[in-house]
Design a protein around this ligand. Structure first.
Ligand code: DGL
Length: 268
């Protein structure tokens, strides 16, 4: 496997770009292939079976493009389809999810603590975070916030609508008394201002893009897979061209992005 092969990454939409941005800032020499599965957005309302189908279909496409590592930049897929994606990738291609690095970080920085967690229904119902955090002595109260990812994908970040949605979910002082908040959906950092406005003063929010990108760097380093070249390439694909993805990507990455629409990859 060439060190200068791209990292493959996917999400249902723009959310995974919060991870991509942090990763490219940390590792500017890396090439990236990103797929936003906009044809099936939102993932958060899909069954585990559907998520496995979508995730393996996209993973296969990225593997076919010669990716040296895969980052499942979506909590809903990371909570429901990792075994299948790992099996497909085989031992040579590391597959990094967005759940385990955050759990390990929480275990280190909030030992014995109590966390709040917001995520999609698919993530919360999988119970994966609860199980992993409890096993490390951390209590967690999880709340499904299903409207949020779609609102963000539609372009509502840190404005009246996203503020009202977040406020409705955080009603009754839900966040009070918790040590920190896990944003268990990669779309949610895009409404950080709206979320912070609902939290008790000083409450920490775990910075998943930074934690995950740091973990990706460690994995690539351990495997001897860090890029060495000076001409990284980036390609952004969507399974359905949407203006909201184009606008969201430009907003997150700070520059317009050329989007390529691809046919929905069949699961293998
Ligand atoms: N950004 C994804 C996640 O982390 C998916 C959101 C959605 O499509 O519902 O779960």
């Amino acid at each position: 496997m060439s060190n200068d092969a791209p990292i493959g990454m996917f999400d249902s939409g723009i959310g995974g770009l919060t991870i991509a941005k942090a990763l490219l800032e940390r590792l500017p020499r890396e090439s990236l292939r990103y797929v936003g599965d906009t044809a099936h957005m939102p993932y958060g309302d899909k069954s585990p079976e559907r998520l496995k189908e979508y995730a393996t279909g996209i993973a296969q496409r990225l593997l076919d493009q010669g990716c040296k590592a895969l980052v499942v930049a979506c909590n809903s897929a990371s909570s429901n389809a990792m075994a299948e994606v790992r099996e497909l990738a085989g031992p040579e291609v590391p597959v990094i999810d967005v759940v385990h690095p955050v759990v390990e970080w929480a275990a280190k920085h909030h030992p014995g603590g109590e966390l709040g967690l917001i995520g999609t229904r698919a993530t919360v119902q999988s119970g994966l975070y609860d199980q992993l955090l409890l096993a490390r002595g951390i209590r967690v109260e999880s709340l499904a916030t299903p409207l949020l990812a779609s609102a963000i994908e539609e372009g509502f970040h840190n404005g009246t609508i996203s503020h009202a949605v977040v406020e409705a979910y955080f009603a009754d002082g839900w966040a009070a008394g918790k040590d920190a908040l896990v944003l268990a959906c990669t779309h949610y950092p895009l409404v950080m201002e709206d979320i912070r406005a609902q939290l008790p003063r000083g409450m920490a929010v775990l910075d998943a893009p930074s934690i995950v990108s740091h973990h990706v760097e460690s994995v690539l380093r351990e495997r001897g897979l860090l890029a060495s070249g000076n001409s990284p390439t980036r390609r952004f694909e969507v399974t359905d061209w949407t203006q909201s993805f184009a606008d969201g990507a430009a907003h997150i990455l700070g520059q317009p992005v050329e989007l390529v629409e691809v046919a929905w990859p069949e699961a293998k």
